[in-house]
Write a protein of this length. Structure first.
Length: 229
C-alpha cells in the first residue's frame, strides 16, 4: 500500500477509481506547476468513514454542509502532504464531471434508480473529492478494479429497488425527489428516515456495505432539509 493510500484509509476513505488525465480537459496544475497525469477518485464506501467524520469538528459545530467542509479540509491536508491538487463535486464553477470520470475509470455504472452502482460496494459509496497527481505506478492495481460486465447484474436482476419505495419515487426513467423528500418530512418515524432509502437497501449488490443507522439518518436528514426548504 502506498503512503497516499494508507493516509486516505486513515480518513475512512478509499480510492474508488483511477484514470489517466486527458490534456484536453484543462484541469488545474499540480502544486509544483507540473501537469497532472492521473486523477484519483476519493470517496467513502460502507461504514468506514463514519467513525472518523462523526467525531470531527465539522460534524459537531452545527453549521451547514458539515460533510462538504470536512471533505474539503481533509483533501487540502492531503494536498499539503503529497503535493496533489484536490477537486470537489460541490461548489464551483467550475463544476467537475465526477460521474463521467467514474464511468471513464470503469468504477461504476448507472443503476435502475439512476444512482451510480459500484461492482463491489453497490449503492453504498459516494465521491467526496478527486486528487490530481503525477503518475503513481503503485496505484496501477486500481485500474483493474473495473465494472467489466457487472452492468449485467441489473439486467438479469428482478430489480426489487424499483418497487421498494413507499411512494414510488423511482419510475425507472426519473427520480421524483420532491415526492420522496416531502413524504419523509411528513413521516419522521418512517424507516427510510432512520435506516436510509428503502429502494437503495433493496439492491442486492454490496449488501455487506450498508451504512449504519446513524450514517444513513444523517444523509437522509440533509436530503430532506435541502429539498423541502
Amino acid at each position: 500500500m502506498s503512503d497516499l493510500q494508507q493516509r486516505v484509509a486513515e480518513l475512512g476513505l478509499k480510492i474508488l477509481g483511477v484514470l489517466e488525465v486527458d490534456e484536453e480537459e484543462r484541469l488545474p496544475a499540480l502544486p509544483d506547476g507540473e501537469t497532472a497525469r492521473q486523477l484519483l477518485l476519493i470517496g467513502n464506501a460502507g461504514p468506514e468513514m463514519w467513525p472518523v467524520f462523526s467525531v470531527s469538528a465539522e460534524y459537531a459545530d452545527g453549521t451547514d454542509n458539515p460533510l462538504d467542509r470536512w471533505s474539503q479540509r481533509v483533501a487540502e491536508q492531503l494536498s499539503g502532504e503529497f503535493a496533489v491538487t484536490p477537486l470537489f463535486p460541490f461548489g464551483g464553477p467550475p463544476h467537475w464531471p465526477f460521474v463521467s470520470w467514474a464511468k471513464r475509470a470503469r468504477a461504476c455504472h448507472s443503476s435502475p434508480l439512476g444512482m451510480a452502482l459500484h461492482p463491489r460496494y453497490g449503492l453504498w459509496h459516494a465521491y467526496r473529492f478527486a486528487l490530481l497527481t503525477d503518475a503513481l505506478p503503485e496505484l496501477a492495481e486500481h485500474l483493474s478494479e473495473t465494472v467489466n460486465d457487472s452492468a449485467a447484474d441489473c439486467v438479469d436482476c428482478s430489480q426489487p429497488c424499483l418497487s421498494a419505495c413507499p411512494v414510488d419515487a423511482f419510475t425507472g426513467q426519473q427520480y421524483l425527489y420532491k415526492t420522496c423528500a416531502e413524504f419523509l418530512a411528513s413521516e419522521p418515524n418512517h424507516h427510510c428516515n432512520h435506516f436510509g432509502c428503502a429502494a437503495r437497501r433493496a439492491c442486492p449488490v454490496g449488501e455487506e456495505y450498508l451504512y449504519p443507522a446513524a450514517q444513513a439518518a444523517f444523509h437522509t436528514e440533509v436530503f430532506v432539509r435541502v429539498n423541502t426548504d
